[in-house]
Design a protein around this ligand. Structure first.
Ligand SMILES: Nc1ncnc2c1ncn2[C@@H]1O[C@H](COP(=O)(O)OP(=O)(O)O)[C@@H](O)[C@H]1O
Ligand SMILES: [Mg+2]
Length: 318
């Protein structure tokens, strides 16, 4: 394999907080690598340590122990940083600038000529769907527009690697889908994308590889296609026009049935009993409107791997 674009090795971060300098261990031995062309999801609930890891990865804070490298170089090396586009968790955009001025400023700071910065700014603002608001002061923009302005700034210098901290947070479902599409498009254009999110099910069709963080530790990590159990966990058969006699027959045969408005759903564990349920339903004249095999979701994987019985909700780390 060629040199990973991101290599993180046993990163630790201990914060000292308050008058008594209480120790808060935010990150405890996190390791992962991101290869060229990957879409890598850095997942986990709020407070898991994602932002702290990203800050160490981008050289904003120093690790207590361990190391992080970008493009095979120390993260503090300006040459490594020049190849990186970064969207912070809550992007700060100077409120009296317009998106055009802010994004152009970022382009100029990364070394682009005035003409190239102007052209490229226009292109990325159009790509992100904010061309129409490009000349309004940022303080008049919605949260979604701000997030897009931050994304435009991350993209403007045409970086090889994008690091995005919660790029979908604060966006409505349409906005979240647009960011997902943008990530896929940018990868097609040859970029590598590393992003964090606490919304697991939003991204399971998006990532090639994931690391799931919990209380500062990686609890699940690998290729999504290998991590998610392939077999069918449950099959839902939806019926219409099932008589009460029909439902009774199904129940007597050991099937679990649930009313859903004018429909009835038969919930079958796995798929072995599907033919039997279908035969019974058809025999008693019900319409089968849907047979839906359900596979494991990322959220279910997280619960399976990360959360022990009796520990269903996460207290903050010590
Ligand atoms: N500067 C800081 N000082 C003290 N504690 C911090 C600091 N930054 C983060 N933390 C704590 O570290 C833990 C991880 O936070 P964070 O990395 O922001 O998580 P995430 O991004 O996954 O939501 C949290 O418990 C948070 O309160
Ligand atoms: Mg965060």
């Amino acid at each position: 394999m060629s040199e990973p674009l991101i290599a993180v090795e046993a990163l630790h971060k201990v914060f000292r907080q308050g008058f008594f300098m209480r120790r808060v261990t935010a990150v405890k031995g996190v390791s992962f690598e991101v290869g060229r062309g990957d879409i890598f999801g850095f997942l986990g609930p709020n407070g898991a340590g994602k932002t702290t890891t990203i800050k160490m990865l981008t050289g904003l804070i120093r690790p207590t122990a361990g190391r992080a490298r970008l493009f095979g170089q120390e993260v503090t090396n300006p040459r490594a940083r020049a190849r990186l586009g970064f969207l912070p968790e809550n992007p700060y955009v100077y409120p009296y600038l317009t998106p055009t001025e802010f994004v152009e400023l970022c382009a100029r700071l990364s070394g682009m000529s005035a003409g190239a910065a102007r052209d490229r700014t226009r292109t990325v603002l159009a790509q992100l769907g904010i061309a129409y608001a490009a000349d309004r002061p940022v303080r008049r923009l919605s949260k979604g527009m701000l997030q897009r302005t931050g994304l435009a700034a991350a993209l403007v210098a045409d970086p090889e690697l994008l690091i995005l901290d919660e790029p979908m947070s604060g966006l409505d479902p349409v906005g979240r889908k647009e960011v997902r599409d943008l990530i896929v498009d940018e990868r097609k254009g040859g970029r590598t994308i590393f992003f964090s999110t606490h919304i697991l099910n939003d991204v399971e069709t998006l990532c090639d590889r994931v690391s799931i963080l919990r209380r500062g530790e990686v609890v699940v990590s690998g290729r999504l296609t290998e991590l998610l159990k392939r077999e069918v966990r449950r099959t839902d058969i939806t019926l219409k026009g099932a008589s009460s006699e029909c439902l009774e027959r199904l129940s007597r045969a050991g099937h679990s049935v649930r009313a859903l408005g004018e429909h009835v759903v038969i919930e079958i564990e796995g798929s072995a009993k599907v033919p039997d349920a279908l035969r019974l339903a058809l025999e008693c004249g019900a319409d089968v409107t849907e047979v839906l095999p359900r596979h494991e979701t990322l959220e279910e994987l997280f619960v399976r791997e990360a959360i022990d019985e009796g520990q269903r909700s996460d207290p903050p780390p010590q």
